[in-house]
Write a protein that binds this ligand. Sequence first.
Ligand code: ZN
Length: 107
Amino acid sequence: MAARHGLPARMSEADVQAIDADPPPWLLQSRVNRTGKKPVWVQLTCSICGFSEAARPKKWWPAFTWISCDWHTPDELPPVASGTRRTEFDGIGSRFVGVVDEAVSAD
Ligand SMILES: [Zn+2]
């Protein structure tokens, strides 16, 4: 089990505390799976460069069409499709901007 994630077979108490203080995404995921509750962590992945981090979703987060690091320029994202409107949400996770493309009515 542990070996699959590249952990040493024996971990010192300090190692355990370090990993517990800053758990990697796979550990968070396995904790979520173990409790069987609704996931309290989501994996945010930049649509442009692929940078990824686990974050606690906020209640106000919509379903993002795209996620990008906050220093990318908007034109690095796929163009807005005709008939859709793009809205950006700052402050997603530690460094992301969430982007939602939604259809706008013809009138
Ligand atoms: Zn990025």
